[in-house]
Design a protein around this ligand. Structure first.
Ligand code: 0O2
Length: 212
C-alpha cells in the first residue's frame, strides 16, 4: 500500500475513534449529572501507527488483504477509571449499548500478562457511515484504573525505547511496580468502601433521629 492507500484505508478507523471518544465522553458527563459520580475518569483514543500495524501483521502473520479482520486494535479507545470496581460497571454499560456489538472480551485484570500488564479489553464491531455507505470496523476498548494506566504508559514507553534490550533486572522491577499498582488499587477501593459505609450509617442515624 502506498501512502494514499493507507490514508483511505485508515479513514473509517479515524472516524470510529472520533465518534467513540465523543460517545464515551458524553457518557461520562451524563453519569456525573445523574449519579454525581462517574465511573469514567477520562477517555483517550488513537489510530494505530502504520509501522505498528505492519509489525503486528508480521508477528501474527496476517496478510495485507486481511488487515481489517486480522488486526483488531487499529482503532483504539482507552477509558480510565478511578476504582477497580468501576471497570466492571463501564464494561456493563458498553455491553448494553445498541450502537456497537461486543465481539469478545479479554480480562487481563484477572489473568494479568507476564509483563505485569493489567487492563480489561473489549473488541467491538462499530458501524461507521461513510460516503460509500456503511462500513463495520473492529475497535479495541481498553478499560483500566489510573494506576494501571500509569504503569502501562511508562512500561510501554520504556519498551518502545529499549525494544527487546530491556535488562532482566529492569523487567523484574517493572513487574514489582505492577504489583505495587495492584496493591494501591486495592487499598484505594477499601478506603472508598469504608467511606461509603460510614456515609450510609450516618444517613441511617439521621433518618432515625428525624423520626423521633
Ligand atoms: P499501540 O498503542 O498500538 O502502540 P499483543 O499485541 O500480542 O501483545 P494481544 O494479546 O493481542 O497483545 O493483546 P491486545 O488486546 O491486542 O492488546 C494489545 C494492546 O494492549 C497493546 O497495543 C497495548 O496497548 C496493550 N498491552 C498489551 N500488553 C501490554 C503490556 O505488556 N504492556 C503495555 N504497556 N501495554 C500492553 P500496542 O500494539 O502495544 O500499542
Amino acid at each position: 500500500m502506498d501512502s494514499r492507500d493507507w490514508g483511505t484505508f485508515l479513514l473509517p478507523y479515524e472516524q470510529a475513534v472520533e465518534e467513540l471518544k465523543v460517545k464515551f465522553k458524553t457518557m461520562r458527563s451524563e453519569l456525573k449529572k445523574l449519579e454525581e459520580y462517574s465511573p469514567i475518569e477520562f477517555v483517550t483514543g488513537r489510530v494505530k501507527k502504520i509501522s505498528s500495524i505492519l509489525d503486528k501483521s508480521k508477528r501474527l502473520q496476517v496478510p495485507m488483504s486481511e488487515l481489517e479482520t486480522g488486526i483488531e486494535d487499529i482503532a483504539g479507545i482507552r477509558i480510565m477509571c478511578q476504582f477497580v470496581e468501576d471497570i466492571r460497571r463501564v464494561a456493563e454499560y458498553i455491553r448494553t449499548r445498541k450502537d456497537l456489538r461486543v465481539v469478545y472480551e479479554k480480562d487481563y485484570i484477572t489473568n494479568y500478562k507476564d509483563s505485569g500488564y493489567r487492563s480489561f479489553h473489549m473488541i467491538i464491531e462499530y458501524p461507521v457511515q461513510t460516503s460509500l455507505g456503511q462500513k463495520h470496523v473492529l475497535a479495541e476498548i481498553q478499560i483500566r484504573t489510573l494506576a494501571m494506566n500509569f504503569w502501562a504508559t511508562i512500561e510501554h514507553s520504556l519498551n518502545y525505547k529499549y525494544k527487546e534490550s530491556l535488562p532482566d533486572d529492569t523487567r523484574k522491577r517493572l513487574k514489582k511496580a505492577a504489583e505495587a499498582a495492584f496493591v494501591l488499587d486495592n487499598e484505594m477501593s477499601s478506603i472508598r468502601q469504608e467511606i461509603l459505609m460510614a456515609q450510609k450509617s450516618f444517613e441511617d442515624d439521621s433518618n432515625i433521629v428525624s423520626k423521633l
